[in-house]
Design a protein around this ligand. Structure first.
Ligand SMILES: *Cc1c(COP(=O)(O)O)cnc(C)c1O
Length: 395
């Protein structure tokens, strides 16, 4: 017996659910890449990406995933032997640091914990000890998609200022841009990066980088520059240079539609929608946790992301069975635990193109699976989520 007919629903943190309008936007012939329509499309997207990052600085679009955008940032502002400080809060800042190391940078990790966000005071303390200013860049993620930690980027920016340290502040917003507030200029961020396939509801394949004045200055002398990533090359007179070759025309059609939808809803409302639906998920997880098997991976409620929730399971519970039941019986794909949390957690993504039926449906299927598999859990998680939403979204 199964109840999984129809479209499989992805509750994984990327690629995420794409709106039909975005899918349909790609169903057309490519543009003449030398036409005015092509130039206008690029200009509109680059302008709107800077608006999303909230910067007066320029943005760049790469035919790449998030890993590519990481490399773009490093390549454009750093040199072999430069020291970078990685602020750990799970897996992803370390991943960015690994790329920097492989490219010839010296990497120091400010040790964190998979169960909490980066502590700004620890950042300040480490930077104050760096009297010679050996640290050239600080790498951090806004949301760590593995742990589901939410880092207070504004507070970390203040800590860097308080330490009076000149390192470039580089922020990964892959799992948060377009879902949670991001203020590149106001928060003192020098370079920010993101990707198309998470909060931005678009197909995988585009990486974005936004560049502030201090990063632009560092770019002038950066030794790791290579032709494909290079900002100066992309700023050249020909449109063709913007992509260092052929434009990813169809991915750009999709992104244009996704951004139009985002701005039509208004960023403000998008952020509220994410917060409400995330809290609905947390209400359900809170109730399920009463069964003593599950718990929030992030212990402090104020450090939980509004885009993904990582749920830990006590030893001896078969999460593989949970995933399999959700997928095969119900057509719901849950995120798996990764890194330290492999086989020890599941993840519920709630980013991008999501609404109440999708989230309540997701929670309902999980509760159904826990019941069918006789995995102990507090009863009434979905009821708690519904109650919260009904209260928060008045008639
Ligand atoms: C997904 C993700 C990445 C990597 O993006 P890919 O497109 O998979 O290369 C980087 N950082 C964060 C925070 C992510 O969630």
């Amino acid at each position: 017996m199964a109840v999984s007919a129809g479209r499989e629903f992805l509750a994984i943190p990327g690629p995420t659910n794409m709106p039909d309008e975005v899918l349909q936007a790609m169903h057309r012939p490519a543009l003449d890449i030398y036409s005015k329509a092509m130039v206008d499309l690029s200009e509109s997207l680059l302008h709107d990406l800077s608006r999303l990052f909230a910067t007066r600085g320029k943005s760049y679009i790469y035919i790449a995933n998030g890993h590519g955008a990481w490399e773009a940032v490093i390549s454009n502002v750093l040199s072999r032997g430069d020291k970078v400080l990685v602020l750990e809060s799970g897996r992803f800042a370390r991943g960015w640091g690994n790329a920097a190391q492989a490219m010839g940078c010296e990497v120091e990790v400010l040790p964190g914990d998979w169960r909490r966000a980066v502590k700004p005071a620890e950042v300040e303390e480490r930077l104050r000890r760096d009297r010679n200013h050996d640290i050239k860049a600080i790498l951090v993620v806004q949301v760590d998609t593995a742990s589901s930690a939410y880092n207070d980027i504004e507070a970390i920016g203040r800590a860097i200022k308080a330490a009076n340290h000149p390192a470039l502040f580089m922020v990964d917003a892959v799992a948060s841009l377009g879902c949670m507030p991001f203020e590149m200029d106001e928060w003192g961020i020098d370079v920010a990066m993101s990707g198309s396939q998470k909060g931005l509801m678009s197909p995988p394949g585009l990486g974005f980088v936004a560049v502030g004045d201090r990063a632009r200055e560092a770019h002038q002398t950066a030794g790791l520059r290579t032709p494909y990533w290079d900002w100066t090359n992309r700023d050249g007179p020909e449109h063709y240079q913007k992509y260092a070759g052929t434009a990813p025309v169809h991915l750009l059609f999709a992104l244009r539609k996704a951004l139009d939808m985002l701005f039509e809803e208004s960023l403000e409302n998008t952020f509220i929608r994410h917060r409400l639906l995330a809290e609905a998920v947390r209400r359900a997880v809170g109730v399920w946790s009463e069964g003593q098997v599950f718990s929030f991976n992030i212990e402090d409620a104020t450090e939980r992301a509004d885009t993904v929730t990582t749920v830990r399971a006590a030893e001896g519970h078969d999460l593989f069975a949970l995933h399999r039941y959700c997928k095969e019986k119900c057509g719901l794909v849950l995120g798996v635990g990764i890194g330290e949390l492999q086989d020890r957690a599941f993840r519920i993504a709630h980013m991008g193109h999501i609404n109440a039926p999708m989230i309540l449906g997701t929670l309902g299927v999980i509760e159904m699976a826990l019941t069918a598999l006789s995995i102990p859990h507090g009863k009434g998680g979905v009821t708690a989520a519904v109650g919260y939403l009904a209260e928060s979204v008045p008639a």
